[in-house]
Design a protein around this ligand. Sequence first.
Ligand code: ASP
Ligand code: MG
Length: 406
Amino acid sequence: MAIIVQKFGGTSVADLDRIRSVAWRVKAEIDKNNQVAVVVSAMAGTTNQLVEWARDIGPLHDAREYDTIVASGEQITVGLLAIALQNIGIDARSWLGWQLPFRTNDVHSSARIEDIDVSMLKSRLAENQVAVVAGFQGITDTNRITTLGRGGSDTSAVALAAALDAERCDIYTDVDGVYTTDPRVVPKARKLDTITFEEMLEMASAGAKVLETRSVAMAMSHHVKLQVRSSFVEEDGTLVIEEDDDMEKQKISGIAYSRDEAKVTLVGLPDRPGIAATVFGALADSHINVDMIVQSASPDDSRTDITFSVAALDADKAVQVLEQQKSDLAFDRVIADTNIAKISVIGTAMRSQPGIARTMFSVLAEKGINLHVISTSEIKISTLIDADYTELAVRSLHDAYGLETS
Ligand code: ASP
Ligand code: MG
């Protein structure tokens, strides 16, 4: 018998009716003669409420207690789903993170899974009992409850699928798959039947919110077959596959955008060896993740500008960190701009098809959109533009690459 891991997100367990219909989805897999482990999130909105309470009671709260609070949302949904399953004649029980356990490190509120003990769970599955597992949570060596970071239950599901050597991990969500771009921006966007892990990873980190980035990276390294599908409709979703299984792709796969970025520019830095190391070293020491970087050539070899992007939430902190280094770095000014968006064109087709970058740049130029920063990987081209042009850029690119037709 194959083991299937099903994961249901917050909107799929948002109320009791939704939970009852999730039970039927689980039954459908059982009826196909599979063993099923289900990972669930908290009801939509619950975790936000819990985070708010934790912040309100003490802005500088003890991170261990924060985790105790925010992990509780999943405790409710596992219990409810186990009962909903029993109600339709299916043997099921709930498992909290500590009961398996999901061992994590002790970085509270963004813990990493180190090991999952699936021995007990496996023997229950073998007795045809459905395991309803709380996503998002784990336990440290010292028996403190941890959470994996917001959106972390995707990672719980993939990690469990890897540990169980599952046949597939189905991520049920409120969209019916991965689209060529956000259908709210481009109604003609098309659902992809397949996408490669690498493309999915780039899409997720470029701003497509359908899967948590960390879960995709984990699925890729553990070869977990992932499927994204809707809990609201019956249709097949999008299968995330290895590149070898993909036919020679002619087209790019998708266009992602993110408005959650900020651009930081250091003006008038002395152009000498070690300057970039000092700048990015200081940012790294403050745990600020930098995404794109450009350094302009200095006209007279004496002064240069460096522009980079960070998460919008980190913009003020980045400026502060750099201001503190001013005596050392001797720059003129540091400017942060949060009114920008990152637009990314993604596809393994880039490896073999010339001209993809040219199309991107000429389309944006035709629309009069200025590019502040450009960066590329083997299968992605990203650029920062003024946020006001986000929709226009995404729509024009979607058209230019002919993505509405397969
Ligand atoms: N309930 C958690 C959150 O809202 C985990 C998840 O849904 O993935 O972040
Ligand atoms: Mg999610």
